[in-house]
Design a protein around this ligand. Structure first.
Ligand code: ADP
Length: 326
């Protein structure tokens, strides 16, 4: 039996919905048994030799062994008949920040969207290979995509709060997923999420104000709070600071350091300094051209961030980080 439950396809989502908060068919918490799911995932990861504790990695400031969050094998993505990514294979470890870097068009966004099946929402996208999350094949037909996206939330480049109150933005996913029965419980969860997103002190006296009245940096932290509220295990961030000023960017980067205690974070960034500042591991992607002239993205190397930026194995990585191209 698969842990992601019943088949719920991306087609259940309407265009423009934010799938990170589970908008789609309305289901109760009982119908989406997250605790059961999490338990199943935990027991699965204990028995699955693929997701056993890894050693030999030397991420900064960590002494405990690493666990695999995502195991990606032979992942290729096509838009129509055009390849966008080919044969990507690597692991993403839990409770770490993994940065995905590379020049524009090398498939970074395409890649990160594979981790919670956001590419399902693009009509001509086709995915090959496998992505296992905590041992589960997330592309298996019986996977509940809505449940998956609750566990693997996403924050986008441009802050996209709903045109609702600050409170309602954070409460939205909780309500849709039936995660808070009583008003007091909802209030607690909203406060907790805003607190974790380092926004509570700034908004606690104006929770009923429209979210669009917040600054860009505050809106992005609100989107992080909205993602956190539904208790994900992973937060995917696609260029989360590219629309923000340096001060707001620094706040998000600080916040990421706090969040990685509790969450696995994958960040796409075109900003190498940001990758070097915030991440534990870095995956470097590059565009290749095949014999027929087709351009596609490829993973060149993935390693400890310190190593990628000081002593990469591949010459192409070295050329990129030293600014020779891209
Ligand atoms: P990056 O994030 O590194 O800039 P993308 O993943 O956005 O790269 O794009 C990789 C390739 O896939 C590019 O050639 C881009 O034009 C193509 N691509 C991305 N999204 C789509 C889409 N929705 N439809 C068709 N082609 C796409």
């Amino acid at each position: 039996m698969r842990s992601f439950g019943q088949d719920t396809r991306a087609a259940d989502l309407r265009p423009g919905d934010d799938p990170t908060v589970g908008e789609g068919p309305r289901r109760s918490r009982e119908e989406l048994p997250r605790e059961k799911l999490a338990l199943a995932l935990i027991s699965k990861s204990e028995e699955d030799p693929d997701s056993r504790v890894k050693t030999g990695q030397t991420p900064r400031e960590r002494t405990e062994p690493l666990q695999t969050a995502f195991d990606i094998a032979g992942l290729s993505v096509y838009y129509g008949d055009k390849p966008a990514l080919r044969e990507v294979t690597f692991e993403i470890f839990a409770r770490q920040i993994t940065a995905v870097i590379g020049p524009s068009g090398c498939g970074k966004s395409t890649f990160i969207r594979c981790l919670n099946r956001m590419n399902d929402l693009i009509p001509n996208a086709r995915v090959e290979g496998s992505v296992r999350f905590e041992g589960q094949d997330i592309y298996a037909p019986e996977v509940d995509v809505i449940a998956l996206r609750r566990l693997v939330g996403m924050v986008f480049q441009k802050p996209n709060p709903f045109p609702k109150s600050i409170y309602d933005n954070v409460a939205f996913g909780l309500r849709v997923n039936g995660m808070a029965r009583r008003k007091g419980d909802l209030d607690d969860r909203v406060q907790k999420a805003l607190d974790k997103a380092a926004l509570w002190d700034e908004v606690k006296d104006k929770l009923r104000d429209n979210a669009l009245s917040l600054s860009g940096g505050q809106q992005q932290r609100l989107c992080i709070a909205r993602a956190i509220a539904v208790e994900p295990e992973v937060i995917l961030m696609d260029e989360p600071c590219s629309a923000l000023d340096p001060i707001a960017t620094a706040r998000i980067e600080d916040l990421m350091q706090d969040l990685k205690q509790d969450y696995t974070i994958v960040i796409v960034t075109h900003n190498m300094q940001q990758a070097a500042r915030v991440s534990d591991r870095t995956a470097f992607f590059l565009t290749q051209v095949d014999e027929s002239g087709s351009r596609y993205g490829q993973l060149v190397e993935v390693d400890d961030t310190d190593r990628i930026f000081t002593n990469p194995k591949d010459q192409r990585t070295n050329d990129y980080i030293t600014g020779r191209f891209g």
